[in-house]
Structure formats: structure tokens, C-alpha cells
Design a protein around this ligand. Structure first.
Ligand code: NOJ
Length: 538
């Protein structure tokens, strides 16, 4: 386990929208390089960059056409290597996004596999042997698009054919086992891609749809896990300082399979969704809310918010039950703490931004929890200033997700400092009402969200109790009680999202000073007292 993860806080960058330095309206790698000091100053010391490789961008780059080439719109391979170098000089690690489950239909491997004549890539994807035979039962497939007499399996959108890592239990002659030469060739090709970038300074990968590799896998993902264990062996042997973060959301399986960290999202795993009990997952409502009434872009006054029923914990007086989070989280944590880390995230490029449902004060409390939970947290660009979810039509396969992918808000004035291009040339429009959610507007302002984030991350780095693997213990949590108190090593965190002053007695008589807070709270003679909407680190 690379030691740097203990103190790592990641910053996720959607490169399209971060910072444009060549006035073409789209972010670039040079833009990331120029903002490294800002990221460091925020308290983040690692990056996850969404796919920045050559692609037709039908799924924002998750449809890779060439794994070894930076998309020209972001710059060159040399620029990316310069980013690794400059980031390292500043003590920042860089993770790229690896999409191992599928390529673009424009990838050379796929084009070759479509050919009638058998060749080296014929089995790189999963093809049936007849144009009317489904490539797999229950899996989406496409026919009629190639000279090759067969149909091929998809992994996500139509533009993303599934790579062939084999089947746990093949049912048809064209389905191979995970130990077959074709499946091994795919795995080795993906390892070659990883080596290509790690040899040039990349510090590892966030792995897209990590659980999706082996088809018809069992519940325990036996086949897929075998592949990742093999990959992890390569990491341990040749790249011991590099890390693998999975988009899997089942740490019991993913960490056992060799991942160092696994994202905490809602899908996957036997437990009922736990994450959306903290902050409501608006995913299934975003299209409806945005496109039908067009009025809600995250700035609805608090008084009008009940229109959107939201019983998440961080919504003030939402009548939530924190046990819906604490019980499954603690269980998962106990089961996996010796294997690797759970990674909480403020949100990501696939979800609705938290500012959609939470006020600025609520966001501060939400982040105070995320950044002090055990594990390795991720901050999505712009969440540190409370960027809003926008009401937008789809771009590059984003659909409802597009609203969370708008340009970073740096300054007041032209394009909120994102780009010097004409406004209508921008990748996506900037928030027309975003002037207050900019770095410039919040920098140095005592009560701003940005400064709160800086403060809590500074505390995280300062005290060993907040490191990724410091022990986590719940000290106070009860159904229908807003007050949550837990310890991390020798530190104590107390959070009260409600509008009332709350109090709880701990199993001790100690008194402590606050080391960081939003709002007012005390710990005296074993009694924690918190004012409304407060979070305190003791
Ligand atoms: C998950 C990624 O985060 C998402 O953006 C993408 O569309 C799918 N996987 C397919 O690669």
C-alpha cells in the first residue's frame, strides 16, 4: 500500500471544463498545469483526470480511440508528461482514467475485429459466429454493422463495444474462458497501456466500470477479481508507489481484488444505498426537474425547497435517519479496513452536484463529514465553491450529467475566468448566475465555502487522527437524532445539521478545545453541545 495515500485528498478534473489557455473554448492540460498551485493551496495533493485520450467523444472521452495518445484538443503526450513532472515537483500525484471494459467503435482494435478475415484482433471483442446470433444472452449487442458475420457485445452506449476478458462459464462456442489466449491478450494489452503511462510518470488510475470485465461473472465477481489480482501483482512488483482506484462501489470485493481504494457511491454491493441518505441522489429527477419546468438550477430559495422532497441527512431538519448511513458504512469499514480504503466523494461527473439540494451552510457540514471519514476522499472541481448544477441539454453523451460538467468558475467577468474565447464558443456555457460561486469571490472571505474547505483540509493534513487509516469509531448516533459524533484516532468530530441546539453525553468526562469549526460547539466534562447547523473537530 503506497504510504502517500494515507494523507491523500484527490481533486477530480473534468478536463473539458477546467481551464482553457489557448482560447478554443475547451480546457486543456496546460490549464491544469497553471492551476496546480491553486489545487495545492486548497489542500488537495492528488488529481484524478477524466479520460484525456484521443476519442470521438460520444461519451465525453469514455469512448477511447487511442489509449496512448492525448486528445489533440487537450494538448500532446508531452504536455501530459510535463503535467506529471510539474505536479510531482509540487507534491501532487496524478491519476489518469483507465477505461478497460470497452473502447470506442473507432478504435483500431475494433476496426480490425470487424474484418471478415481472421486477424490478431478478431477475438479482442466478443463476437458471435452468425449475424443473427446474440453475442451473449442478456447482454446488449449489435448486428448488421460489419462485413464480419456475427454480432458483438456492448459494454455501455452503442459506441462502446465490450473488450473480451472471457466468460466465467462460457455458454456458446464463441465465448471463451478467462484463461483463454484471447482473454489473456486483452488483459495484457490493458496492462501495456497502464505501463505506457506509468513509465512516463503517471501515479496510477481511476478504473472505469471496474467490475464489468468478465461476462456472466458470479455474484462474488470471481472472474473479474482474478484479472485485477493479476494487475495488482504488476503494480506491487514494478510500480509499488502507483495506485488503483475502482469505480465499483463494493469495497468488500474490489479491495480484495487488489484495488487500493473504491468509490463510495450507491450502486453495487448487497447493502441498500447508503450514500444517498447523506445527500439526495437527484439523478432520476434531474431531467424532469430541469427540462420540464426549467426553473430549478440549484438556486431556489431555501423556503421553496420542500417542493423537492429531500430527506437526506444534511438537509436542515429533513427528518432523516443517520443510521441509514452509519450502520452500513461502519459494517463495510470494519470488513475492509485492513484491505484498502473507501473513497467518499463530494460528487462526480456522473452525478448531480450537491449544491442542487444543499445550501452553502449544509455543504460545509457535508464536506466536514466526507473529509474526516476514514479512507481517501475526492473533491469534484468546483464543489469547493458550491458550483451549481445547470439546466442544459446533453453534450457528448452527458444527458442529465451535462449540468454538472460546466466550466470551472474562477473569477468575475468574462466567462468567469474559464476561457478567453467568445462565450458561444465554450464547450458548455458558464453559469450565468455564478458570480458568487467563484474562487475570486470567496478567496480570503472568512465565512466562504472555499475557505471552509481549505480550513477543514488543512486540519485533515495537520492531525494524524484524520489520516486515511486512523481508527474510526462512532461515539453517538441514533435514529431520528440529528447529532452525529465519532472519533478518528485521537480526534473527535461532531456534526449537527438541524436548526436546533443539540447535546450528547460521551462515555468520558474530558474537556477539549475545538481545532476547527463551522458554527459554535463545545466539549466540556464529556458533554458535546452544538449550536444549529454546526460541525466541530475537537
Ligand atoms: C462510468 C463513467 O464515470 C461514465 O462517465 C461513463 O459514461 C461510463 N462509465 C462508461 O464508460
Amino acid at each position: 500500500m503506497p504510504a502517500w495515500l494515507k494523507d491523500a485528498v484527490f481533486y477530480e478534473i473534468y478536463p473539458q471544463s477546467f481551464y482553457d489557455t489557448n482560447k478554443d473554448g475547451i480546457g486543456d492540460i496546460e490549464g491544469i498545469i497553471r492551476k496546480l498551485d491553486y489545487i495545492k493551496g486548497l489542500g488537495c495533493n492528488a488529481l484524478w483526470i477524466n479520460p484525456c485520450f484521443d476519442s470521438p467523444f460520444k461519451d465525453a472521452g469514455y469512448d477511447v480511440r487511442d489509449y496512448k495518445k492525448v486528445a489533440p484538443r487537450y494538448g500532446t503526450n508531452d504536455d501530459l508528461v510535463r503535467l506529471f513532472k510539474t505536479a510531482h515537483e509540487k507534491g501532487i500525484k496524478v491519476l489518469l482514467d483507465l477505461v478497460p471494459g470497452h473502447t470506442s467503435e473507432e478504435h483500431e482494435w475494433f476496426k480490425k475485429s470487424c474484418e471478415e478475415e481472421r486477424n490478431e484482433y478478431s477475438d479482442r471483442y466478443i463476437w458471435s459466429d452468425f449475424c443473427f446470433a446474440p453475442a451473449g444472452i442478456g447482454n446488449p449487442y449489435i448486428g448488421g454493422e460489419s462485413k464480419r458475420n456475427g454480432t458483438y457485445l456492448l459494454n455501455f452506449f452503442k459506441c462502446q463495444p465490450a473488450l473480451n476478458y472471457g466468460w466465467l462459464k462460457p455458454q456458446f462456442p464463441w465465448q471463451c474462458t478467462i484463461d483463454a489466449p484471447a482473454a489473456i491478450a486483452t488483459r495484457e494489452a490493458m496492462k501495456d497501456v497502464m505501463r505506457f503511462w506509468m513509465d512516463q510518470g503517471c501515479d496510477g488510475f481511476r478504473v472505469d466500470m471496474a467490475a464489468s470485465l468478465v461476462k456472466n461473472d458470479d455474484e462474488k465477481k470471481t472472474g473479474t477479481s482474478k484479472i485485477w489480482k493479476n494487475v495488482r501483482e504488476m503494480f506491487d512488483k514494478d510500480y509499488p508507489e502507483c495506485v488503483l482506484v475502482s469505480e465499483w462501489s463494493n469495497p468488500e470485493l474490489s479491495l480484495a481484488a487488489g484495488f487500493h481504494c473504491d468509490f463510495m457511491l450507491n450502486e453495487g454491493g448487497p447493502q441498500k444505498p447508503m450514500y444517498s441518505t447523506l445527500v439526495r441522489d437527484y439523478q432520476n429527477h434531474a431531467d424532469h426537474i430541469v427540462l420540464s419546468d426549467g426553473c430549478f438550477n440549484g438556486k431556489v430559495p431555501v423556503s421553496q425547497r420542500p417542493y423537492y422532497e429531500d430527506h437526506s441527512y444534511f438537509r436542515m431538519d429533513s427528518d432523516s435517519n443517520i443510521m441509514d448511513f452509519i450502520t452500513p458504512f461502519t459494517e463495510r469499514y470494519e470488513k475492509t479496513k485492513d484491505l484498502g480504503y473507501i473513497s467518499p466523494l463530494t460528487c462526480n461527473h456522473d452525478t448531480v452536484r450537491p449544491a442542487f439540494g444543499l445550501s452553502e451552510q449544509e455543504l460545509k457540514l457535508y464536506y466536514a463529514l466526507l473529509f474526516t471519514l476514514p479512507g481517501v476522499p475526492f473533491l469534484y472541481y468546483g464543489d469547493e465553491v458550491g458550483m451549481h448544477y445547470q439546466s442544459l441539454h446533453t453534450k457528448e453523451g452527458g444527458y442529465f450529467r451535462t449540468g454538472s460538467r460546466t466550466p470551472m468558475q474562477w473569477t468575475e467577468g468574462k466567462n468567469l475566468g474559464f476561457s478567453d474565447a467568445d462565450a458561444d464558443a465554450l464547450y458548455l456555457p458558464v453559469d450565468p448566475d455564478g458570480a458568487e460561486q467563484t474562487v475570486q469571490a470567496q478567496e480570503g472571505k472568512k465565512d466562504s465555502l472555499l475557505e471552509a474547505v481549505r480550513g477543514m483540509l488543512a486540519a485533515r493534513h495537520q492531525y494524524d487522527g484524520f489520516k486515511a487509516d486512523a481508527p474510526f469509531k462512532v461515539l453517538h448516533a441514533a435514529p431520528k437524532d440529528p447529532l452525529l459524533i465519532y472519533s478518528r484516532g485521537d480526534r473527535i468530530v461532531a456534526i449537527n445539521p438541524s436548526s436546533k441546539t443539540v447535546e450528547a453525553k460521551l462515555d468520558s468526562t474530558e474537556s477539549r478545545k475545538a481545532i476547527w469549526s463551522v458554527g459554535q460547539g463545545t466539549l466540556e466534562n464529556g458533554v458535546v453541545t452544538l449550536a444549529p447547523q454546526t460541525a466541530v473537530f475537537f
